[in-house]
Design a protein around this ligand. Structure first.
Ligand code: ADP
Length: 494
């Protein structure tokens, strides 16, 4: 039997990748290109849309070159992407009218503040599950329409298209034939009503954005269009699409209520599947569509921790106590415990559930005996305590305990961290065989639509475990250690 493959395009904040999977979910080949970051002013972050496109083409061409004979066996393509990043382009020329404004860009903070009143904030949260924040696309769109010469007039004339990166790539890959996105990417704009799954006129009015610029919104598995044959030598259908964190939820096969995926990269993003009912958080978490396909709709609670692996980078680059991230494990396990040291890595303030932008990082409990190993161990242990803070909020909102936590991202190569998370959470932690869960999620979607996987159960069976960590300390001990962390947080918050 001929082997068949699924192609995933993973356009992230720092790089663009194309990954080829076999139908068992194994990575067969990968191409990657770093993406240039532009910081034109303090607090502004931009990408070049033409570079995003050129890098995507580079990755696809490289795969086609390396994998030349098998291109004919690629059945479908899935796209996953950095979320919220905003691109407006001319429908006639296909050219972006301004650089991509990246999700981290804060230039619209003042504009968002000017919209802030109880009524607007309530409307936004009730309809989108999100917060009025410059992080999401809406205010970025308004900024481009108001600051690029002639943009608003062109938009009103129907000559401008808006898209997040998924949508822009789909447009480019189909040579301008398709202007569509999926529910997860649409849900991050602040313009999409995620209860009713429609673009919302009241929100469009609030941000003064004409509806004509918006893409169609589809399920995550869908016949989105066909990639132009000039790109890889043949037509290949694009059949899957999801924003990166949602794709990771799918790639981790978190299809049951209460399942959590937690990604430990530079920061940490956790999503908990809460089933088919939209439910707002009482603990400052976001409510977001997890996925919709195969007749299943799942919402998720989302929480983010700003600094996860970045704390390890800090130990490496600023303190110089390690040369490589992986050395943190050897150093941390050279001592039996932190000797009472707690490290709260709030370099960028505290995210969920505290949302305090003003606090700074701090190390507590230092004594004359404290050394680099204790501090390093405390930085690794902080990953577990921060996760516990987040999960307490999720459990309180959701009303049940979590069932499984599936973790991924660069930090999970550190066994000490994984074990300590399992210990503090008193819950088993599962690490998947394929670490590229985001790209895998997009591949699962594209494979589902192509008929390779017939159901969510088929995908569940394909998902494979690499390592599992079970709690090795008692609930009382976990509680005592966590109390020390809570004390540190309380002190920090004053
Ligand atoms: P991102 O996708 O955000 O760029 P990655 O998932 O690639 O992040 O993870 C990189 C992060 O993980 C870095 O911050 C790095 O310090 C941390 N990291 C990688 N390997 C280890 C390790 N063995 N121990 C501790 N931290 C690690």
């Amino acid at each position: 039997m001929t082997k068949t493959f699924i192609l995933s395009i993973d356009q992230g904040t720092t790089s663009s990748r194309a990954i080829l999977f076999d139908t068992a979910g194994n990575i067969v080949s990968m191409a990657q290109k770093e993406l240039t970051q532009y910081y034109p002013h303090k607090g502004w972050v931009e990408h070049s849309p033409s570079e995003i496109w050129a890098d995507t083409l580079y990755c696809l061409n490289k795969l086609a070159h390396d994998f030349h004979e098998e291109v004919s066996n690629i059945v479908s393509i899935g796209i996953t992407n950095q979320r919220e990043t905003t691109i407006l382009w001319n429908r006639k020329t296909g050219k972006a009218i301004y650089p991509a404004i990246v999700w981290q860009d804060g230039r619209t903070a003042r504009f968002c503040d000017s919209l802030k009143n109880d009524e607007n904030e309530k409307t936004i949260t009730q309809k989108t599950g999100l917060l009025l924040s410059p992080y999401f696309s809406a205010s970025k769109i308004t900024w481009i329409l108001d600051n690029v010469d002639g943009a608003r007039k062109m938009a009103e004339d129907g000559d401008i298209a808006f898209g997040t990166v998924d949508c822009y790539l789909l447009w480019k890959l189909t040579k301008g034939r398709v202007h569509s996105t999926d529910i997860t990417n649409a849900s991050r704009t602040l313009l999409f009503n995620t209860r009713e799954m429609i673009w919302d006129d009241e929100l469009l009015n609030m941000f003064n954005i004409p509806k004509s610029i918006l893409p169609d919104v589809q399920d995550n598995a869908y016949d989105f269009g066909v990639m132009d044959s000039a790109i890889m030598g043949r037509d290949i259908p694009i059949m899957g699409m999801a924003g990166d964190q949602h794709a990771a939820l799918i790639g981790q096969a978190c299809f049951d209520d209460g399942m959590i995926k937690s990604t430990y990269g530079t920061g940490c993003f956790a999503l908990m599947n809460i089933g088919d009912t939209f439910r707002l958080s009482d603990n400052k978490l976001l409510t977001t569509p997890g996925y919709r396909f195969d007749g299943h709709m799942a919402y998720a609670l989302e929480g983010s921790i700003f600094v996860a692996g970045a704390a390890i980078q800090w130990l490496r680059d600023n303190l110089g106590v390690i040369r490589k991230a992986e050395e943190s494990e050897t150093l941390a396990t050279s001592v039996n415990d932190t000797n009472g040291v707690y490290f709260v890595p709030a370099f960028a303030g505290l995210g969920a559930p505290y949302w305090n932008a003003d606090v700074k990082a701090a190390i507590f409990g230092l004594s004359r005996e404290s050394n680099a190993a204790h501090i390093t161990r405390a930085a690794l242990e902080a990953q577990a305590y921060q996760t516990k803070d987040l999960l307490n909020a999720m459990i309180s909102d959701y009303g049940h305990n979590m069932s499984i936590i599936r973790a991924d991202g660069g930090l999970v190569s550190n066994d000490f961290v994984c074990q300590f998370i399992a210990d503090i959470l008193q819950c088993p932690i599962e690490i998947p065989k394929v670490s590229e869960t985001t790209a895998l999620g997009a591949a699962y979607l594209a494979g589902y639509q192509a008929g390779i996987y017939k159901s969510l159960d088929d995908i569940k069976e394909t998902w494979a475990l690499n390592r599992q960590f079970s709690p090795t300390i008692s609930a009382e001990e976990a509680h005592t250690r966590y109390e020390g962390w809570q004390h540190a947080i309380k002190t920090l918050l004053g």
